[in-house]
Design a protein around this ligand. Structure first.
Ligand code: NAD
Length: 294
């Protein structure tokens, strides 16, 4: 993944203040990582519960660092103070780069990105942490699509080094360069990829979930599959991974992949993911999925 600096990398704008939209699993993680590595960040959600969850997660991660002696309590306070929670777009005029991390639904993302575009400066870079939705589709209704690209983190954000930076048809070099520089400032390893449903990683991961769905349909026990995949050498099996990702996100992302690649990723009938989702078993986010987490 190591490559020589490209000419366009010089076009990066400074990111002195970032913002994240959505304080869920991913938004909370992005806020924590940005603040930890020194870029203050505004964290916006639509409800106070969302904000509270995002801040709780950041506090938990920081407390662990303090317990392990990796950080002093006053440093923890500084990091927390550099995350500004909000329910409105009040301070967005000072924001240099925005990471959109709301639910994996093209209509919701479209609306959120358009309102954000109206709230920021003309040179602010807008990015989406979508797992699967095409960047060109999300850019369709934007006034400044040149300022927009994908910035796809992996879960949990503080542990996973990779960030996919996705170049849409109209994305400028400045947008890519700024996003790559911000990812590096967050201690991550960015790779620039072209646009398509699922980008690079999820084009590999979703067929794997498809294999899992098929095995369960054929009668396999999900716990057995998980144990076998762990013995194979993976850090966790597919059922546990779906619990970590969140069944709602997994289901919606799976639908985008099936629409994008119907011949390869469409599953007939009800899948194990549908069964979990329909029974309100969203995974770790609500303490029950394939497994229970109480
Ligand atoms: P989540 O359900 O944990 O969080 C979504 C948050 O967005 C919620 O707090 C919700 O209140 C908030 N929200 C909804 N509408 C909003 C709006 N209009 N304005 C502001 N906030 C709003 O979801 P998540 O798992 O964090 O996923 C968020 C995005 O990140 C999705 O696009 C998902 O595909 C992507 N992603 C998820 C994972 C994963 O493993 N969960 C990994 C990579 C990328």
């Amino acid at each position: 993944l190591k490559k020589k600096a490209k000419a366009w990398e010089k076009e990066a704008n400074d990111v002195n203040l970032a913002a994240v939209l959505g304080a869920g699993i991913m938004g909370g993680g992005v806020a924590f990582q940005s603040a930890l590595k020194g870029t203050p960040i505004i964290m916006k959600d639509i409800n106070q519960d969302g904000i509270a969850l995002g801040l709780k997660e950041a506090k938990k991660l920081l407390s662990k660092r303090v317990e392990k002696g990796k950080m002093k309590p006053d440093q923890m306070a500084d990091v927390l103070n550099s995350i500004t929670p909000t329910l409105n777009y009040g301070d967005f005029k000072n924001v240099d780069l925005v990471v959109e991390a709301v639910v994996e639904n093209p209509k919701v993302k479209d609306a959120v990105l358009r309102e954000t575009e109206d709230a920021v400066r003309e040179d602010t870079i807008l990015t989406s942490n979508t797992s699967t939705i095409s960047i060109d589709l999300l850019a369709k209704n934007l006034k400044r699509p040149e300022n927009f690209c994908g910035m796809h983190f992996f879960n949990p954000v503080h542990m996973m080094p990779l960030v996919e930076v996705i170049r849409g048809e109209k994305t400028s070099d400045r947008a890519i360069a700024t996003t790559v520089a911000y990812a590096k400032a967050m201690g991550k390893t960015p790779i620039v990829v072209n646009d398509c449903p699922g980008f690079l990683v999820n084009r590999v991961l979703f067929p794997y979930f498809g294999g899992f769905i098929g095995l369960v349909r054929d009668g396999a026990d999900f716990q057995h599959v998980d144990k076998v995949m762990e013995k194979f050498g993976w850090p966790m099996g597919p059922a546990y991974l779906l619990d970590v990702v969140g069944m709602d996100t997994g289901k919606h992302a799976g639908e985008v992949m099936a629409d994008g690649f119907p011949d390869r990723m469409k599953h007939e009938g009800t899948t194990a993911i549908d069964v979990m989702f329909d029974n309100n078993r969203y995974g770790q986010k609500n303490d029950k999925g394939f497994y229970k987490y109480e």
